[in-house]
Design a protein around this ligand. Structure first.
Ligand code: FAD
Ligand code: SF4
Ligand code: SF4
Length: 481
């Protein structure tokens, strides 16, 4: 069968069909279609089945990529799905939104030899979407029930991955979340054109059908305390993400019409669910007919500019202080944004937000920058050139990143240690925090990161929680004998 592989010399790399920019700017549906069976097989067969698969090393989950590519090439999709889902709790979500160019695909060997990389992410998505369609993805039935329980704080990808892993082993699992639905940033941050919401909802529903209990509208630290959860459960996981938006430090940043990115994106995502969102309905958080300026160059900024286009903005600009090569966001998303009509102002940094007498935003004044010496991170620092310019604006969105909330204060647990950025400190071998029996995973440990890393942490933490609970159960049995 191996002859079926190694097709990269005469089969070109092809992504699934992408909808025309004009058509996709009118709705929030995903922009990439699904591969056909033939196209998925042909693209999978391009893989050269490397003895040392670099793609696997580039994947935070160490996914067994060559094996599932070979099975997909042979149209053995159920087996491919079993291999793929053994290391990833949501392969179809990662296949959609991992920045593959910086992970698995970025170091694919055939790309290094001058051929286009294998379209790993799209094939991963195809395999698991097929598994859902065919009914292979069913509720978890643990081999045996255990009486011990785990409390998971946060229903984002980190918390969900841990919940699933623990339930598989038969533990009783309760997930607490401040929001009214599960998914965390998968539902309220990332827009539908990258990840349609039904894809996340079916995952949550399956976990509910597997016996995991979800307690929504429950903010730990307010509605229930961490100490109560520690008393109720044998182990606890903190997977609360990072939500304190970094602020714009320039005059006028408090003008009317200046909003934090997540407030804007959450309102838009809620509208997609059909929720009542007064701030959107009354026009404040709706970009329709407005000149919108988004400040920032990460994935959040890209999601804001493309959301504004879909809401019918008159003009959308993105202001970022470094150049295109040095931006943190995915190049694929910049290209998509450009196709949809977003104007990028590279090497520009806001000097002031100008407002009207009534205090309403009217323009962003930006300094023209150039790249200077590398900073501590090794990236060249932007420095002012002395030139400035104005961009007219009716709405400004601040997408400058996120910091952790003050968890020791929120949880009333001074003994919970955090690093100087406020992220929870863990022992990376176990993901255990300074509080015994309390573990942490995802953005709250790493700072704003990626879905795939949150899944990896959730799985690692679940494994350590399992070991601790198993050891405790054994000790109890010995003591009783
Ligand atoms: P989250 O997803 O943030 O989930 C945390 C959950 O905890 C939330 O549901 C929250 O309500 C809950 N919570 C918080 N505090 C409490 C509390 N006190 N009590 C109870 N519940 C609480 N990553 C990618 O890989 N690809 C992308 O394309 C991408 N795009 C992004 C776009 C945007 C706009 C943003 C903001 C992020 C994006 N990311 C992307 C990053 C990715 O979403 C995060 O890294 C990932 O969601 C982190 O997972 P998590 O489980 O740690 O936290
Ligand atoms: Fe690539 Fe992400 Fe899938 Fe890993 S999980 S193989 S990094 S798309
Ligand atoms: Fe296949 Fe590329 Fe991975 Fe090699 S690095 S096994 S060619 S996907």
């Amino acid at each position: 069968m191996a002859e079926r592989m190694l097709q990269f010399t005469h089969v070109e790399r092809k992504m699934p069909e992408k909808r025309e920019a004009k058509a996709r700017a009118d709705d929030f549906a995903e922009i990439y279609a699904e591969f056909s069976k033939e196209a998925a097989g042909a693209q999978a067969a391009r893989c050269s089945q490397c003895g040392v698969p670099f793609c696997q090393q580039g994947c935070p989950l160490s996914n067994n990529i060559p094996d599932w590519l070979k099975l997909a090439a042979e149209n053995r999709l159920e087996e491919a799905w079993r291999v793929s889902s053994a290391t990833n709790n949501m392969p179809e979500i990662c296949g959609r939104i991992c920045p593959q160019d910086r992970l698995c695909e970025g170091i694919c060997t055939i790309q290094q030899s001058g051929h286009g990389t294998v379209t790993i992410g799209s094939i991963e998505k195809y395999i698991t979407d097929t598994a859902w369609e065919e009914g292979w993805v069913t509720p978890i039935k643990p081999p045996r029930e255990r009486s011990q329980s785990a409390g998971i704080i946060g229903a984002g990808p980190g918390g969900l991955a841990a919940a699933e892993q623990l339930r598989r082993k038969g533990y009783q699992v309760t997930v607490y979340d401040a929001y009214d639905r599960g998914g965390g940033l998968l539902v309220y941050g990332i827009p539908g054109f990258k990840l349609e919401k039904h894809v996340v909802e079916r995952r949550i529903q399956r976990l509910e059908e597997s016996g995991i209990v979800f307690k929504f509208n429950t903010r730990v630290g307010e509605q229930v305390s961490l100490s109560t959860l520690r008393a109720e459960h044998d182990t606890v996981l903190i997977a609360t993400g990072v939500y304190a938006a970094k602020d714009l430090k320039c005059p006028g940043s408090g003008a009317q019409g200046v909003y934090p990115a997540l407030e804007y994106l959450t309102a838009s995502n809620r509208k997609g669910f059909g929720d009542a969102v007064p701030a959107y309905d009354e026009g404040d958080l709706n970009a329709e007919g407005k000149r919108v300026v988004v400040i920032g160059g990460g994935d959040t900024a890209m999601d804001c500019v493309r959301t504004a286009i879909r809401q019918g903005a008159k003009q959308v600009s993105c202001v970022y202080r470094r150049d295109r090569t040095n931006m943190p966001g995915s190049q694929r998303e910049v290209q998509n944004a450009e196709e949809e009509g977003v104007v990028f102002e590279w090497l520009a940094s806001p000097e002031a937000i100008l407002d009207t007498k009534a205090g309403k935003v009217k323009a962003v004044r930006a300094n023209r920058m150039k790249l200077g010496e590398p900073d501590a991170s090794g990236r060249q620092s932007p420095v002012k050139t002395g030139e400035s310019f104005d961009i007219k604006a009716d709405m400004v969105i601040k997408a400058l990143g996120f910091d952790p909330e003050d968890l020791p204060e929120l949880f009333g647990e001074e003994a919970l240690t955090v690093n100087r950025w406020g992220a929870v400190r863990v022992d990376y071998a176990t993901m255990e925090t300074s509080l015994p029996g309390v573990y942490a995973a995802g953005d709250i440990v790493r700072g704003a990161s990626l879905v795939v890393w949150a899944i990896k942490d959730g799985r690692d933490a679940a494994e350590a929680m399992h070991k601790a609970m198993k050891a405790a159960a054994r000790a109890e049995t010995v003591a009783a004998e």
